[in-house]
Design a binder for this molecule. Structure first.
Ligand code: SF4
Ligand code: SF4
Length: 407
């Protein structure tokens, strides 16, 4: 943290000297054909060899002179790479925390054991519906639901922290409560993934939730985590301690910070979920510092060929590919890339005029704890990352204007 302050000064939100987390889409290969895949997986494109991937991991171990706290392998399906376990074990020796995001269908009992043995700390498995009908129709392969839920059970049996992850959109929003029920029944965490029209999902923009639907989703998930926080607080007052684990219900929507803050305030608590994943008590200053959307600031992504992007949800383009891990200096990119600096600065977020009123993230009092999803702005406003996140309840008039113009 100090190195970030030394290099870039005290900024709100904070910019560290290197990312806290990298998500590496380590392969384009996938055994499923999901309608909403951000990576457009399944098409053959050049990927790094085992040796090249290890070179990238060696660089990651020394990133910006400090290393990398957390690495997540995603894809495509990371387990579709033949060398996956070799790379995972190699990575584990070089980063503080290792996770995988998987469709779960290849996590057999044997592979779950290999995941554990490779030192993977956390497994996130995508499930789109609480029944085979909904899940399989989105994932494009019959039987995917059963295999994914087996993957969840196998990971849990190995004692690895496991999470059910769901991309919610208009065709599965009604599954939310059942999915929360499934995660409670199985004993996993639950992560809501924000639907962003990018990759294959770009062709299904009509599936994007309205701001109101998204708010309801965040409220539903938020009530679960705030409920756990309140229970824990009560137990601590009564018995001086509590074993309740609060960090269980998350969302990749940056608005989750303001929704959980509001829910907790209604019950007299001081709590919010910062930067997607850290649930904390009474720490608005820290939340301002961490600053919601972490694209190109707290976090960035790598492609299977080693290309560097600010976030997995940015459409791949000349502007969003910042360089390549094997050919370029990561530190120089992190220090100087203009797109990264655009993403890090909140003061010049742009607003739009709707019926004579200013609408957008620029005017919003929560812009430092949230900042809006910049990948959504990029997708909806032809690459302008400064524009409003039209998925937010505060920006509903702009959403309406855009939706009406499409009719
Ligand atoms: S208006 Fe923008 S910054 Fe404010 S809560 Fe909504 S998305 Fe976040
Ligand atoms: S652009 Fe920001 S808010 Fe959107 S998914 Fe990426 S990190 Fe999250």
């Amino acid at each position: 943290m100090m190195k970030g302050v030394e290099k870039y000064g005290v900024r709100i939100p904070f910019t560290p000297a290197g990312p806290f987390e990298i998500v590496w889409n380590v392969t384009y290969q996938c055994n499923l054909r999901c309608k909403h895949c951000y990576e457009n997986a399944g098409q053959k494109r050049p990927e790094l060899s085992t040796d090249e991937a290890k070179q990238v991991l060696d660089k990651i171990a020394k990133l910006s002179g400090i290393g990398l706290p957390a690495l997540s392998f995603s894809g495509g399906e990371p387990l579709a790479r033949k060398d996956f376990f070799e790379l995972a074990a190699y990575a584990r020796k070089r980063v503080g925390y290792l996770s995988i995001a998987s469709n779960g269908t290849l996590i057999t009992r044997d592979n779950a054991k290999r995941i554990k043995d490779a030192g993977v700390d956390y497994v996130e498995i995508s499930i789109d519906g609480a029944t085979p009908g909904v899940h399989d129709s989105f994932r494009g392969i019959p039987g995917a639901f059963e295999r994914a839920t087996d993957g969840v059970k196998n990971s849990l049996e190995e004692g690895v922290d496991t999470c059910i992850a769901t991309v919610l959109h208009r065709d599965n929003i009604n599954e939310l409560n059942k999915l929360i029920g499934l995660s409670k029944q199985l004993g996993t965490m639950f992560m809501h993934f924000n639907y962003i029209p990018t990759g294959r999902a770009k062709a299904h923009v009509e599936l994007d939730l309205t701001p109101n639907q998204r708010y309801e989703v965040l409220e539903t998930i938020g009530k679960e985590i705030v409920g756990l926080y309140m229970q824990k607080k009560e137990e601590e007052i009564k018995w001086g301690k509590s074993d309740i684990k609060v960090d269980k219900f998350f969302s990749t929507c940056p608005q989750y910070a303001s929704v959980t803050k509001e829910l907790s305030q209604r019950q007299g608590g001081k709590f919010m979920v910062e930067a997607h994943y850290a649930a904390k008590q009474g720490v608005e200053n820290v939340a301002n510092f961490l600053g919601g959307c972490g694209a190109g600031r707290l976090y960035c992504c790598l492609e299977p060929n080693g290309d560097i992007k600010p976030c997995v949800f940015f459409q791949t383009s000349k502007e969003t590919v910042l360089g390549n891990m094997l050919k370029d200096s990561f530190e120089e990119i992190w220090d100087t890339n203009p797109l990264l600096w655009k993403l890090r600065i909140r003061e010049d977020l742009e607003d739009c005029s709707v019926d004579g009123k200013k609408v957008g993230c620029g005017e919003c009092p929560d812009k430092y704890i949230c900042g809006g999803c910049r990948a959504r702005a990029y997708s909806y406003f032809d690459g302008n990352v400064k524009m409003p996140d039209v998925g937010c309840i505060h920006n509903e008039p702009l959403w309406e204007k855009i939706s009406n113009s499409r009719k």
